[in-house]
Each structure stands twice: as structure tokens, then as C-alpha cells.
Design a protein around this ligand. Structure first.
Ligand SMILES: [Zn+2]
Length: 262
């Protein structure tokens, strides 16, 4: 992925400098739900090449005030009273106005996009597989496929990895002996969905980092949608083969759900 832009400013960031540009193809880590790592890559200008070692979210109050980075931003990404920016962490500052070429490390991004799409699909497969095997708490909303969305209500943590994800959920009372059947059920559903090569779209309310985004996928058994600021594949056929592992986490009621695609 390549972009062109000009530098607006540089701020101190992670022991180096955080370069902010007018428009960026880089994906920055969301500090409030840090599931997908920020992009890495290069900024190039007049024979100069700088490695982007990380990419984070920055924000400043629209009413004025300093730019805050990452977890120092006190509100959730997208808060309308704040102006949101992509911060490219490099070794040294670049003068404002400098025209730059921006290169995102494509293979890594593609692998995280596959992992992120797989994570959402896995949540849907988990909802489907647990329906009838575990009683959802009263009032649990239903997902786009009509199953209680226990993946949303039970989510503790999500970590997108290259071509997969490791998600932690809380399902009090789920019997450990059912886990192999649940995993098999999930794999069968995921395989069928991937075989359908259904398109994946991310609808954005606007071009800014803070604009609301919704992930949508028209699966053979219904259309699924959920708010998501991450990156994704264009269609499920890109995911290939899939393997699911379920295991109880250290903390009693927690379940680790790991999915890998290849
Ligand atoms: Zn997401």
C-alpha cells in the first residue's frame, strides 16, 4: 500500500518522533480496544527513507489543547469533540510541509487483515456453536445470523495475530468436555463460510480516523454486521483453510479461542 502526502507536524512519541501527515494509508493501533497492531513501513522523501516502527492513534480537543497519544487520550476513538490523527513513529522529525511517499508493509497488513476478518467470523461461529450448548444470559442481543451474541457479551480481550486471532471470552459454567465438539462445529461453519467467498465491506461514515465504521459480511445464512475500526480482507476466499482451538484460560471461567488461517 502506497500513499502520498505532506507533513503537518512532528511530536515526541515513544522515544522517537511521531509524524503527522495530511492523509495516511497507515492503520494506527486503537488504544481503547488494542486488538490489531499498528502498521509499520516507510516514509520516503528526496532520497531519505525512514522506517515507521509503529503507528498509533493521536487526538486533540477540537476546542484547543495539546495532542495526546495512545492511552493518554481519555475518550474512545471517534469521540466527536476530538480531532483524530494517525501518528507514524519514526526516529527523527521531518519538517512540516515536506512531501512524502508512504509505504505500508503490505504482507504484514494483509496477514493482520486476514486475522481480523477471521476473528469476526470466529465470533459468529462461536455464537452459532454455543446456541443450545450454553445458556446465554437473559437479554443477550442476537447477531446477524439470529444466534444470541454471546461473543459480544462475553468478550474480555481480542488479539489479532498474523493470519489469525487469539480471543478471550467469559462463559461461566461452560463445561470443558463440550469444547472439542464446539471447536469442530465452529470449524465446519467457518470452512463453509470461507468456501462461499462472501465479500467483506467496511462502511465508513467519512474519511477521517474518527468516523464510525461498520464491518459487514453477507454470509450464506445471513448478513453479519458490527462496528469495527480495523482492516479486513476483500472476500472470505482470501482466508484459505482454518483451524480452531478452544481451551480454558487460567482465570476460571475464561475461554481462549484461537483461530489460524492458511
Ligand atoms: Zn473488528
Amino acid at each position: 500500500m502506497v500513499g502520498r502526502s505532506h507533513v503537518l507536524t512532528s511530536v515526541p512519541a515513544d522515544g522517537g518522533r511521531g509524524v503527522i501527515v495530511a492523509e495516511s494509508p497507515f492503520y494506527p493501533l486503537d488504544p481503547f480496544w488494542p486488538d490489531q497492531p499498528g502498521d509499520v513501513g516507510y516514509l520516503q522523501s528526496d532520497g531519505l527513507e525512514m522506517r515507521v516502527v509503529d503507528c498509533v492513534t493521536g487526538a486533540a480537543r477540537k476546542s484547543g489543547g495539546e495532542l495526546l497519544l495512545g492511552v493518554d487520550v481519555p475518550v474512545r476513538r471517534g469521540h466527536p469533540d476530538w480531532h483524530w490523527v494517525v501518528v507514524h513513529v519514526v526516529e527523527r522529525s521531518v519538517p512540516p510541509g515536506t512531501e512524502i511517499r508512504m509505504l505500508v508493509e503490505t504482507d504484514r497488513r494483509r496477514a493482520f487483515s486476514a486475522g481480523h476478518t477471521a476473528s469476526h467470523l470466529t465470533a459468529l461461529a462461536l455464537n452459532a456453536a454455543l446456541a443450545g450448548r450454553w445458556e446465554a444470559p437473559a437479554g443477550t442481543e442476537r447477531d446477524g445470523l439470529g444466534h444470541p451474541d454471546v461473543a459480544a457479551s462475553g468478550a474480555v480481550k481480542s488479539r489479532i495475530v498474523l493470519n489469525g486471532s487469539v480471543d478471550t471470552y467469559r462463559f461461566p459454567g461452560l463445561a470443558a468436555e463440550t469444547l472439542p465438539d464446539v471447536a469442530k462445529d465452529m470449524e465446519a461453519r467457518l470452512t463453509a463460510w470461507i468456501d462461499s467467498a462472501a465479500p467483506v465491506v467496511v462502511d465508513a461514515a467519512g474519511p477521517d480516523l474518527g468516523d464510525r465504521r461498520v464491518w459487514r459480511c453477507a454470509l450464506p445464512d445471513g448478513t453479519a454486521a458490527r462496528p469495527c475500526g480495523g482492516t479486513h480482507v476483500n472476500h472470505l476466499g482470501e482466508l484459505g483453510r482454518v483451524a480452531v482451538t478452544l481451551e480454558p484460560a487460567e482465570a476460571g471461567d475464561e475461554l481462549l479461542v484461537e483461530v489460524r488461517t492458511s
